[in-house]
Design a binder for this molecule. Sequence first.
Ligand code: MN
Length: 383
Amino acid sequence: MDSGTILPDGSEYGLKGHAVDRGIRRRVGLAPEAGEIDFDAPYNRIATEEAWTFPELVKAQLDFLDSGDAGDDPALDMAGMFAAQSELQAMLQDIGEQRVAHMDEFGIDRALLLLTAPGVQVVRPGEGTPLARESNDRVADACRKYPDRFSGLAAFDPRDVQGSVAEIERGMTELGLNGAVLNSHFQGHYLDEPEYEPILEALEAHDAALYIHPTAPMNRKPYQERGFFGALGGFPHDVWVHTMGLIFSGAFDKYPGLRLVIGHMGESMPLQLYRFDWMQNNADGIPGLRGGQPAVTLKHPVSYYFFNNIWITTSGEAWEPAIKFCIEQLGPERVLYAMDYPYQQSPDEVAVYDRLAISDERKKMLMQTNAERVFRLPETHGK
Ligand code: MN
């Protein structure tokens, strides 16, 4: 290890020179101590929220942004912000050798590739589905080229409902992808609105788990003024609305096989299950919610859907007490490891999982076998 990367407290710089546009992240607060990755660990590491993009999409996002025709879409602005970070873009746009080299460096056996936020749902209407097709072709190519290292989720543009249904079907059949990804709201709309129901139907029919990844929130002002656009507020809050909206729309009662995966430790929702159940009657059976839709009374307590239809990943939250809480309360089969490359990456964080004081059986579920089951991945060989 280059001694220049060692901090005075003996810990290591987090990013080892990768994605340095915004400066090296130092270890602060609850960040883990320096740790060595166990390259002989008795499990494979499958990282389940690993971001990528491609030049044509970035160009379409920037063209629409620069045209001034898009109206107020904070998620599109975020695309502009990410596009300006050249190191980050280089990492996002590589789904080949460089990414595999970084996976080797971090001990990641398999990465599940998700088209990064804000995705195809912010481009000029009509361009989203062709770009989703391009995205899905590209990620399927990468998976074919590196079958033991990459798996991928299908992107779709929910504004084009029939195009989304077709792309989910093509992704899950012809292309052999492993689920679908949506970067949360699209111009303030959510999948709980009735016109998007065919998308839910297609997801269930193809047994495609839907990963709802954050994007910048539509009500930007209070967030932007405080610098909370992203993970400090806007991201988790928007996914919370999306997830709770789907639950209270009755989507899981109508489509009991519908499955969601929520990152960043379930965007903190697992900590609130007690209160969700307690407060359920504030939205259950009340007419006029969700844009005037008829009243929906759920078949189950809110927590039921977190125990049956929703899985969470640990992306960006290498924090032992939180991981243990979620494993204990949601069940060991419901929590999946994720890194959040290239936005967040640290060998010390990988080492946190190696050190985690849980049984070997549960650790293998967390790091490997839960992901294999939820995303119907090919079995990993060797361990
Ligand atoms: Mn993420």
